[in-house]
Design a protein around this ligand. Structure first.
Ligand SMILES: [Zn+2]
Length: 125
């Protein structure tokens, strides 16, 4: 199996609904996201998926969130913008882009979201 990963970062604000403590109040994070892809077959030039395309797919999602208040944006108007829910959202969004452009040859293995340097949430299916 091959694996490739890219990481991107962005800044955003959020508040955790129903949380008892400081995180209930609006505050910001410098988030980092890592998306890891996996597959057995490379394409005809020896790539699993072009890093540029993966960065582009991730960048499209980040563009919506960068310097925004996450609680005001779908899907976090209802779902809590926790690192766990963000990891699942990034996973599903990048998975659907991959399915259409690689015909199932490449899958998203997992997505990790850093809320701080020492706290991460990872999602996979
Ligand atoms: Zn927070």
């Amino acid at each position: 199996m091959f694996e490739v990963s890219v990481e991107e970062s962005f800044a955003a604000g959020h508040a955790l609904r129903g949380y008892r403590g400081k995180c209930e109040n609006p505050h910001g994070h410098n988030y980092k996201v890592r998306v890891t892809l996996t597959g057995e077959q490379l394409d005809n030039i020896g790539l699993l998926w072009d890093f540029k395309d993966l960065k582009g797919a991730l960048g499209e999602i980040i563009e919506r969130f960068d310097h925004q208040y996450l609680n005001d944006l779908e899907p976090f108007k209802v779902e809590n913008p926790s690192a766990e829910n963000m990891a699942r959202y990034f996973y599903r969004e990048t998975s659907s882009k991959l399915r259409t452009s690689t015909n199932g040859r490449v899958q998203v293995k997992d997505v990790t979201v850093w809320e701080t340097d020492t706290t991460t949430a990872k999602y996979s299916e």
